[in-house]
Ligand binder design. Structure first.
Ligand code: ATP
Ligand code: MG
Ligand code: FE
Length: 346
């Protein structure tokens, strides 16, 4: 089956085509195209929902044409149209849902709503070194930080999550304090290469808590306090040292909690997904610690860590193949801006 996927939950428009595998084989990616609105939102220091919706409308059909051309298949060959049903910005989600329903109705094909986080979670299956079930998943994105036990498609057990900010949010907020713009995660990581990760003692909240929860809100306050102290002493901010110390604090917590989750479940496989999964320090430290413990680690391709259409088409194809979800033909424009992953119907 040929599955078209459309992502429009936040500030990237993504379209992709995936072909489901025969027998037990994994679906394969035929083509994907992406437009990031980051530049447009930069002037406002964050995503402006109304502008995001309007831009999705402008971009989605040109991206669709691009994908069909690249895959060299006619639109009429598409068997199922998948879209991100939630969570995300309501107006942005409605664009993807609307386009998916319109295409479905026009082609007389069913549509399938996908959970955005399931897309992130299954994105490592698009890489050459695909994982196998079961595994522990560390989902680290701009809006979520969760550890999950994953036993199969649609079988997700939440082991722990952040009680306040997400890891990506912690990167972005401290980057903003350091004047690195929006979204600051990648910029902070680049600056950190020139700094000393031990220059500042920053808090590692919940590092030794008995559970698998996270807390990152205190980190930006600690960085702000340090910055104010230095500024009142009229020194130039050692921004690289602050960036390196911030990154070290976030990475250490993510690493230790992931190891704890592996130990608690007894599993020997870790899957990292979401934008922060692109962070090189996180990858270096996870790789070293997991290798020492005989644990295999899997990541999405670098370019597929942040939002994209490929992960939505892939998740849809995997759900169809596993028989856990039937596509619908009522073209109901169904979106769920708030939608916990462990609440999805298996
Ligand atoms: P969600 O999926 O939870 O709705 P989102 O879609 O906005 O949130 P993603 O697109 O998965 O999140 O990831 C974006 C986040 O990843 C941003 O917070 C960004 O700063 C962060 N990020 C991207 N690259 C890096 C990097 N190299 N180092 C650290 N953080 C990064
Ligand atoms: Mg984004
Ligand atoms: Fe995302």
């Amino acid at each position: 089956k040929l599955v078209l996927g459309i992502e429009s939950s936040c500030d990237e428009t993504g379209v992709a085509l995936v072909r489901s595998g025969a027998g037990g084989a994994l679906p394969t990616l035929l083509a994907h195209a992406l437009h990031s609105q980051v530049q447009m939102h930069q002037a406002y220091g964050g995503v402006v929902p109304e502008l995001a919706s309007r831009d999705h409308i402008r971009r989605v059909l040109p991206l669709l044409r691009q994908v069909l051309t690249e895959a060299d298949v006619p639109l009429t060959d598409v068997d199922v149209v998948a879209y991100t049903r939630g969570p995300g910005l309501a107006g942005a989600l409605l664009v993807g849902a609307g386009v998916a329903c319109a295409l479905g109705a026009a082609l007389a094909r069913p549509v399938l709503g996908v959970h955005h986080l399931e897309g992130h979670l299954l994105s490592p299956f698009l890489s050459a070194d695909a994982p196998q079930f079961p595994f522990v998943a560390l989902l680290v994105s701009g809006g979520h930080t969760q550890l999950m036990r994953v036993d199969g498609v649609g079988r997700y057990e939440l082991l722990g999550e952040t009680i306040d900010d997400a890891a990506g949010e912690a990167f972005d907020k401290t980057a903003k304090l350091l004047g690195l713009g929006y979204p600051g995660g990648p910029a902070l990581a680049r600056l950190a290469e020139y700094g000393d990760p031990e220059a500042f003692k920053l808090p590692r909240p919940l590092l030794h808590s008995p559970n698998l929860d996270f807390s990152f809100a205190g980190l930006k306050t600690a960085v702000l306090t340090q910055a104010r102290k230095l500024e009142s002493a009229v020194c130039e901010l050692p921004r690289a040292d602050l960036a390196a110390s911030t990154q070290a604090a976030i990475v250490e917590v993510l690493l230790k909690k992931s190891l704890k989750a592996l130990q608690a479940t007894g599993l020997k496989r870790l899957v990292v997904a979401g934008g922060v999964g692109a962070n090189q320090q996180l990858r270096i430290q996870l790789n070293a610690a997991c290798q020492a413990r005989g644990v295999r680690v899997h990541y999405p391709e670098l370019e597929l860590c942040t939002d994209n259409g490929a992960m939505i088409a892939m998740a849809a194809a995997m759900r169809l193949q596993a028989g856990v979800q039937q596509p619908r033909s009522d073209y109901a424009f169904d979106v769920r801006p708030r939608w916990p992953l462990d609440a999805i119907d298996a």
